[in-house]
Design a binder for this molecule. Sequence first.
Ligand code: G4P
Length: 529
Amino acid sequence: MSTITEEISRRRTFAIISHPDAGKTTLTEKLLLFGGAIHIAGAVKSNKIKKTATSDWMEIEKQRGISVATSVMGFNYGDYKINILDTPGHQDFAEDTYRTLTAVDSVIIVVDVAKGVEQQTRKLMEVCRMRNTPVIIFVNKLDREGRDPFEILDELEAELKIAVRPLSWPINIGAKFKGVYNIYEHSLDLFTPDKQKATSRVEIDDVNDSRVDEAVGEDDAAKLREDLELIEGVYPEFDVEPYLQGKLAPVFFGSALNTFGVKELLDCFVKIAPAPGPVQTAEREVRPEEENFSGFVFKIHANMDPNHRSCIAFVKVCSGKFERNANYKQVRTGKSMRFASPTAFMAQKKSIVDEAYPGDIVGIPDTGNFKIGDTLTSGEEIHFKGLPSFSPEMFMYIENTDPMKSKQLEKGIQQLMDEGVAQLFFHQFNGRKVIGTVGQLQFEVIQYRLLHEYGAQCRWEPMSMYKACWIESDDPDALANFKKRKHQFMALDRDGRDVFLADSAFVLQMAQNDFPKIRFHFSTDSLSE
Ligand code: G4P
């Protein structure tokens, strides 16, 4: 019997994030192959939302539905229990991804060597930075022509605003790509394009070993030595501490499609990535090894089938042991709840679990008892923080078009907001309801679901707006003055917090300049209590 401390220390719960098409799905699949969770490549296609489907959101929702199975991919790798939390590939579901990032202990970022840092990567990195999430970067597609690796490192550092440290180094790229020198393990991995198997490896203690010349040719060996010398000169020795603090990102190079550089990444990842750590609640810090169970809901997945209105609430276990059929407290409602069929996800199979440990994700069938951010405990009244709302970027007024169904509409809106599909604001000037999302698609999703699940009809009315941000100030007069001056642009969120609706970047900038005593927040994470 293992102890809870052992169970915790062997867990690695993380997400892979990237701009669409950089290779997240391919890398995920290769990690699963190494973990023996799948046996052939091509098995994880279901978590990929095809780019061709951008206008066809039903198709996207269907794929998202399928992706419940791949929402959490658990497998054992050596002594480690790995939980990969999937994030939707479509950027209109970025908010889902942001929230998933609150449930992971670290992150692997995939970057395309030819494209470098792209928009979505930049945004997701902002969320990681806010939370000091440890990050490892995998530069992918080295088998294709791309940018100079030094140039890529500079770009990563500048664009992602994090110090970097290469732990592997490519020998040429594109057609001439010969392999990767593993700086972390001191070995040379030779490139053999192969979609199913790991690569061949030459163990060497020293890069000056003549076997390097034999393997890659004298010219490339000389270039490699030169590059490594430069690396050692420019970058400080790799230190795990700044990585764990989210200040330094180790960088690996490889080709996910060819399973190249992936094992090196995984082997280093399990060694250096953090096990579940303490989590902050509004009341106190919760340590994973505490005896009593606690956890929070970070995602709710609705069933798109109108005949089965049930959802799955995904709970991240934060402390103690979760047990099937035990009595737990839903802190927000005060209800005592027992779960007869909690599920977990191992080796691509969803099955009922009897117990789960910190770092694990448990799926709980739900019929409307949960809301994103809810806390479950063995009885203690604590509230997990850190399930922030993020400034939405698209806004519409929502209007009822069937006065007979206003109750249904109200209920539908509330439940969809509980699920975290979008955010609702109450405009203080005109009394209208504003829905804010991070993607255009959500408006269609909401309209469709309101009609099909609640029998309510709505219409969207466009409004020109740039960003909604939460405001606060230590000076009540300054706050009152701001609200008075900007009364046409003030709203409240569902929790009654003040929100400033800026209609342009310029207006926001001016407001920030003109009202130095007001703090503008782009996520509720940074708001004071
Ligand atoms: P995503 O989840 O980040 O959106 O990306 P995904 O893994 O689906 O990869 C996007 C495309 O890039 C896929 O090609 C995939 O095969 C390719 N790819 C991934 N890794 C590598 C690599 O190391 N080298 C090369 N050359 N290509 C790579 P696709 O044609 O869009 O899809 P598919 O038809 O191959 O599935």
